[in-house]
Structures are given as structure tokens and as C-alpha cells.
Design a protein around this ligand. Structure first.
Ligand SMILES: *[C@@H]1O[C@H](CO)[C@@H](O)[C@H](O)[C@H]1NC(C)=O
Ligand SMILES: *[C@@H]1O[C@H](CO)[C@@H](O)[C@H](O)[C@H]1NC(C)=O
Ligand SMILES: *[C@@H]1O[C@H](CO)[C@@H](O)[C@H](O)[C@H]1NC(C)=O
Ligand SMILES: *[C@@H]1O[C@H](CO)[C@@H](O)[C@H](O)[C@H]1NC(C)=O
Length: 255
């Protein structure tokens, strides 16, 4: 038992002291070599759909997200609506293509890091809860929701700091701003309670006929959610794999 504990502790210490290496088939690039970095990230996305647990990369085909309040009004007047989503799963990152990166330089803090990607379909499955009041009409419904963002382009701008552990540099994101464009947003709502089917059908229709207005209204909340999601995923990987270990050694550089 004690031996196990010591081996386990050594493993933990070893892991933090030497960092985790990327799998050998992942091509390393020189700092700032943008085309090479794009290819290498796209290789990871295609080859590791189920993630890389050793480096903290989650399965890209089913990313679990935190619960999100899309509308959460504390106001209780004649018209108010709250819309919550929970048990979120995010599908479609496995089909994304990175089109552009910038800023992965030897000193990544000098300028902002940019990552642009295109995702043909980004699907969210969740349980929703919709409560509200429209004058005399009261809504209180729960069900399954599928949100489908089609031709979803995302540009992430990151500001990072460097942390030093055992002479190796680790990235840490302190700001991540997503910008999003999409061609179409389709929502499917399923009601768990039959008595409200008409409401669900009406809600779905209103939503899909007016998706641009809904998108414009909900975009700030959705961008906050995406920012939190990407920050958590990338920081997990950046905490595990030293920035220096993601690139080829740079012999020409004198500190
Ligand atoms: C909605 O907002 C209230 C008050 O601002 C907060 O207490 C509550 O936790 C929020 N609900 C959700 C699901 O975020
Ligand atoms: C991703 O691509 C695969 C293969 O083309 C497809 O079966 C799957 O449905 C796609 N995922 C999403 C969320 O569209
Ligand atoms: C909605 O319905 C559920 C179950 O019927 C109930 O517990 C909840 O208090 C209701 N919420 C509102 C805001 O009416
Ligand atoms: C998504 O992009 C493809 C290729 O550009 C295009 O054929 C398709 O019509 C687009 N989808 C929507 C919903 O606009």
C-alpha cells in the first residue's frame, strides 16, 4: 500500500517536474511557423477525435459544457422569460478545420495569439427549462433541445502569460475573446410534458423563422459561454504540456 502511494506520488511529481510530452505522431514546428502549426493542429483534430487524456484534451466529438442561463431576468413584470440549459453536450469540434493561426512566437506574450477555425455544424444537445409570462399567458416547460449552428466560423483572440516550472515555460490564458459568424441557426425543441406541445411547436417555429434576431439578442451570452469553454479546454492542455515542448528546440535563440 505504502509502496503504491510512493509510486503514485513519484508519478505525480514526475508529471509536474518534466511535463507531459505530446504523442510522437504530432509534428512539432518552429516558433512562428504558421502554416506548419495549422497543419499540425488539424492533424490532432482529425487523429484524436476521442481526445488525448494524458494531456487533458477532451473528446472533441462530445465536449461537456457548464450549465448556461441564456436569459435570466430577475424582473417579474407582465412580460418576462428565463431560458436555462443544462446537461450540455457540444458536438462537431471533431469536424473543425483550423484555417489560420498567429502569435505562436518564441515570446507568445509579445502580440496576441489568434486562432481561426471553420466548423460545418456545431451541435449542442441540452435539457432546457423555459419559464416566463407573456401578459396572461404563463410558460413553464422543460424538454430536450438541439441547437444546430451551420457553417460556424470562429476567431479566437488570446492574451497569455508565461509561467515557469522547472525551467520550462507554460502558457496560461488570461483573456480569450471569441468572434463568431454563422450561416444558419436551427433549433429543435422537444417537450417532456405533452400538455404543452402547442407551446413547444409555436416556440420552435418562432425561433427558426427569426433566428437572426434571436442570435443578435443571445450572442453576448453565447460568446461568454464559448469563451469559458475554450479557456478551460486550452488552459488544461497548456497546464500539462510546456509551451517549449510544443515546438522544435530553438538553438539560435540566446536568452
Ligand atoms: C439567475 O440570476 C439570479 C440572480 O441574478 C441567480 O441567483 C441565479 O442563480 C441565476 N440562475 C441561473 C440558472 O443562472
Ligand atoms: C462530423 O462528420 C462526420 C463524418 O462526416 C459526421 O458523421 C458527423 O455527423 C459530423 N458531426 C456533426 C456534429 O455534424
Ligand atoms: C414550473 O413547474 C414546476 C413543476 O411543475 C414547478 O416546480 C415550478 O415551481 C414551476 N415554475 C414556475 C416559475 O412557475
Ligand atoms: C454552408 O457552406 C457550404 C459551402 O460553402 C454551402 O454549400 C452551404 O449552403 C452553406 N450552408 C448554409 C446553411 O448556408
Amino acid at each position: 500500500m505504502e509502496k503504491c502511494l510512493i509510486i503514485f506520488l513519484c508519478f505525480l511529481l514526475g508529471k509536474s517536474a518534466f511535463g507531459v510530452e505530446l504523442p510522437a505522431d504530432i509534428k512539432k514546428c518552429h516558433y512562428g511557423e504558421e502554416a506548419c502549426i495549422v497543419d499540425s493542429i488539424n492533424h490532432v483534430i482529425k487523429s484524436y477525435t476521442k481526445g488525448i487524456p494524458e494531456i487533458g484534451l477532451p473528446p472533441l466529438d462530445a465536449i461537456k459544457l457548464k450549465d448556461l442561463a441564456i436569459l435570466n431576468s430577475t424582473y417579474r413584470g407582465p412580460v418576462w422569460f428565463n431560458f436555462y440549459m443544462r446537461d450540455f453536450v457540444n458536438r462537431g469540434f471533431e469536424n473543425s478545420t483550423v484555417t489560420h493561426v498567429k502569435g505562436f512566437d518564441r515570446d507568445p506574450t509579445k502580440r496576441k495569439i489568434e486562432i481561426k477555425a471553420h466548423i460545418p455544424r456545431l451541435v449542442h444537445e441540452a435539457t432546457y427549462e423555459f419559464v416566463g409570462r407573456w401578459l396572461l399567458f404563463q410558460a413553464n416547460t422543460t424538454g430536450d433541445l438541439e441547437s444546430d449552428f451551420q457553417n460556424f466560423s470562429i476567431a479566437l483572440t488570446l492574451k497569455v502569460i508565461l509561467e515557469y516550472r522547472n525551467n520550462r515555460r507554460y502558457l496560461k490564458i488570461y483573456e480569450l475573446v471569441p468572434l463568431v459568424e454563422l450561416d444558419r441557426w436551427i433549433i429543435r425543441l422537444d417537450n417532456l410534458y405533452n400538455e404543452n406541445t402547442d407551446l413547444t411547436v409555436a416556440l420552435t417555429r418562432v425561433f427558426n423563422e427569426n433566428w437572426v434576431e434571436f442570435w443578435n439578442g443571445l450572442e453576448p451570452g453565447i460568446l461568454d459561454g464559448l469563451s469559458a469553454c475554450f479557456t478551460a479546454i486550452l488552459n488544461e492542455v497548456f497546464q500539462n504540456v510546456a509551451y517549449d515542448d510544443m515546438f522544435l528546440p530553438d538553438h539560435n535563440y540566446e536568452e
